[in-house]
Ligand binder design. Structure first.
Ligand code: F0G
Length: 429
């Protein structure tokens, strides 16, 4: 069987870690860690057939869009307990109108909002909680802008592990908070933003013996990387020209890059798609760092954006994300909250809903095509990271609060009022 180990990503260090400990940072230099494998010889053709056949199987491990690709994540014994909620297997949908508006480009969305808790986090969480359970962990913890917490709470509940969450005070959507509470997690509201909550959690974690499942945990990245295998399979293994993701803590972009790199090294693909990361203008430390070609992260101390999922000023995985962009020839763009709303509105005209952070991808594509950095008619997959119902307050604010453009009428219950109000509203539309 293929074997796994942890290794520091810092070039100056690069040391392998003690395999008996589940570390989240290099024990020698504090750098981020990668899960690496000595893969058994793999025949891509054969494995593609196996993966395809598993779709017909009734076994939960085969039906999960994560564990179906288990040969890519051989860090658990597959006879052990797998903590799964049938995550993955999300749709890949063409969006013609949005593609025309953003480009014209050939645009497809990979909708990760169709996961069990409504976000892309479920793939990584299934992998990470499976790992935690196999190590006998009793309590898991994370800091979150909302989606990681909802996902962690669900998978921890399923595994019978206690869940402790740190979220910024009154800064995450009510729906995400409600999910975490519903799954029985203990929630601590602390700090003004994700970065504060995460820093405090990291400081207190050793004292309490907490097992962290934020994306600095390299097993999270392993789960999330399988999205590329599923996406490529859905495209008959023809890579697109670009894969576009929103950037917050930069775990997802790191995972997608790692997935592509391994699939290339194992002989599944030749061409490597460019990876594009899009950040919100008020929370764009990575964009600023790359633009200034700065050697260290230019952190943003008071990140601001209505796309609360990506309101992060000190992204923990920025070095991994940078490595991905260098390898895949990608870049980072920054878009305003107005541009995000506009993109979300156009996407809705294609019948596709998502949370604001996800729509940043579409806004980014439009901006990059206009700037000549993405060619017209390019073949692009935007990863929509979260479900439309994750942030209904945002929708209500944008769709009803402006009196003139409100789509929500409140009418007296008599025919005359109804006629009058409808005529007025329909005329204005
Ligand atoms: N989109 C959504 C909907 C998210 O929830 C997140 C991150 C991202 C994009 C950015 O992904 O951090 O891997 O770059 N949400 C985290 C959370 C931070 O706590 O739920 P990233």
């Amino acid at each position: 069987m293929s074997s796994a180990y942890l290794q520091c990503i810092e070039e100056a260090c690069g040391r392998r870690q003690d395999p008996k400990r589940d570390l989240h940072a290099c024990e020698f230099c504090g750098g981020l860690l990668d899960v690496k494998y000595d893969f058994d010889p793999i025949d891509p053709e054969q494995l593609r057939r196996t993966w395809h056949q598993r779709r017909l199987s009734g076994e939960p491990i085969d039906r999960s869009g994560l564990w179906r690709f288990r040969e890519l994540i051989p860090f658990v014994d597959f006879k052990a307990r797998i903590i799964s909620l049938s995550e993955g297997s999300t749709p890949l949908v063409g969006v013609r109108r949005t593609g025309w508006w953003a480009g014209p480009v050939h645009l497809t969305i990979k909708h990760q909002g169709n996961n069990p808790t409504g976000s892309f986090k479920d793939l990584g969480m299934s992998a990470c909680i499976t790992r935690a359970e196999s190590r006998g962990v009793r309590m898991v913890a994370c800091a979150s802008t909302g989606n990681t917490s909802a996902s962690m709470a669900a998978y921890a509940a399923r595994a019978g592990i206690k869940a402790l969450l740190f979220v910024p005070y009154k800064q995450i959507s009510a729906a995400k908070l409600a999910q975490a509470l519903d799954f029985g997690a203990l929630v601590v509201e602390v700090g003004d933003n994700f970065d504060d909550a995460f820093r405090l959690l990291r400081e207190i974690a050793p004292e309490l013996g907490l097992y962290l499942v934020n994306s600095i945990n390299p097993f999270r990245i392993e789960g999330q990387k399988t999205i590329v295998a599923e996406m490529l399979e859905q495209r008959a293994w023809r890579p697109p020209d670009y894969i576009v993701v929103p950037g917050g803590n930069l775990g997802n972009s790191s995972a997608i890059g790692k997935g592509l790199r391994e699939l290339k090294e194992l002989g599944f693909i030749e061409k490597v798609p460019h990876i594009v990361i899009v950040q919100a203008a008020g929370a764009n430390p990575f964009y600023q760092t790359l633009r200034a070609a700065a050697p260290d992260l230019l952190a943003v101390d008071n990140p601001q954006t209505e796309a609360t999922a990506i309101r992060i000023g000190h992204p923990a995985n920025w070095k991994k994300a940078k490595r991905v962009l260098d390898w895949a020839g990608g870049f980072c763009e920054s878009v305003t909250d107005e541009e995000i709303f506009e993109a979300k509105r156009v996407l809705a005209e294609d019948g596709v809903g998502c949370e604001p952070a996800s729509a940043a991808t579409i806004a980014g594509v439009r901006k990059l095509v206009r700037a000549g950095k993405i060619e017209r008619h390019a073949d692009i997959v935007c990863v929509l990271t979260g479900n439309q119902l994750k942030d209904t307050d945002y929708i209500m604010r944008h769709r009803t609060e402006d009196q003139k453009n409100s789509q929500l009428l409140q009418v007296e219950p008599d025919l005359n009022s109804l006629r009058r109000e409808l005529k007025r509203a329909l005329r204005e539309k």
